[in-house]
Ligand binder design. Structure first.
Ligand SMILES: Cc1cc2nc3c(=O)[nH]c(=O)nc-3n(C[C@H](O)[C@H](O)[C@H](O)COP(=O)(O)O)c2cc1C
Length: 221
């Protein structure tokens, strides 16, 4: 094996280790702090995730003030990690993300990735389509993109020595009200992030043949 192949192999293994080591962690050191700088870096890497038409509809409300974590606690059914984690990140999906199409494609032009005419027609088409979607379709798109960015965030966090737990166990209506979330932002999930004091429980997965079918799905069971 050449040196380059050895390095590639090590990099591949490091990435696989991150995936294997990510567990949902529910016990955190309440004194651990994630600096704004590091949080920004984690979020920046997370947002390299793909999204529908690259509209990047994810929005993050980072709740790292203890008093706000305490306010969130009963809304998240008193899950202890809400107050002990360094932060709880509310991943939201903006159903009006097309409003940033001009900025997104403008950047692509500035970066030399796209000719100006192509960008102009992309913007026109994207805004026309996304601003007229049935509300349920718009929500499904931001749930999908929000899920992708959330997964990437959890892996980046693990690679940087932090742990996470995704949470769907919270009262969305109460959350939206308590944190003054505008109507265009759909809550996708909460992610607690911090320094683990106890590892996550080991979990199992279904064998791959139970969940994977080549070329034809089985009939309904
Ligand atoms: C959308 C979603 C919502 C979840 N909600 C919660 C939650 O509210 N509280 C919790 O402790 N774990 C929650 N989990 C974590 C799952 O229980 C966990 O991912 C699963 O048991 C597999 O374990 P692992 O993440 O350690 O691999 C959630 C996971 C997902 C993907």
């Amino acid at each position: 094996m050449s040196n380059l192949q050895t390095i590639e192999k090590l990099e591949q293994q490091a990435f696989i280790d991150v995936i294997r080591e990510r567990r949902s962690v529910r016990a955190y050191d309440p004194t651990a702090v994630i600096s704004r700088e590091e949080m920004t870096e984690i979020l920046e890497l997370a947002t390299l995730a793909p999204s529908s038409s690259n509209l990047q509809p994810w929005r993050f409300l980072v709740i790292d003030k203890q008093e706000l974590q305490e306010k969130l606690l009963p809304i998240a059914f008193n899950q202890q990690q809400v107050i002990d984690a360094s932060a709880v990140i509310a991943v939201l999906g903006d159903v009006e993300s097309y409003k940033k199409a001009e900025k997104i494609y403008g950047h692509a032009v500035e970066a030399g990735f796209m000719p100006v005419d192509t960008a102009a027609s992309f913007i026109e088409r994207t805004v026309g389509m996304y601003s007229n979607l049935p509300p349920e379709t718009a929500r499904q798109i931001v749930y999908t993109d929000g899920g992708l960015v959330s997964m990437q965030l959890m892996l980046v966090a693990r690679a940087k020595g932090y742990d996470t737990v995704p949470m769907g166990g919270y009262d969305k209506a109460k959350f939206v009200e308590a944190f003054g979330i505008a109507e265009n932002y759909v809550p996708v999930m909460l992610i607690a992030i911090g320094k683990a004091t106890k590892p996550g429980h080991p979990t199992t997965r279904l064998p791959i043949e139970d969940v994977t079918f080549f070329n034809k799905m089985p009939a309904a069971e």
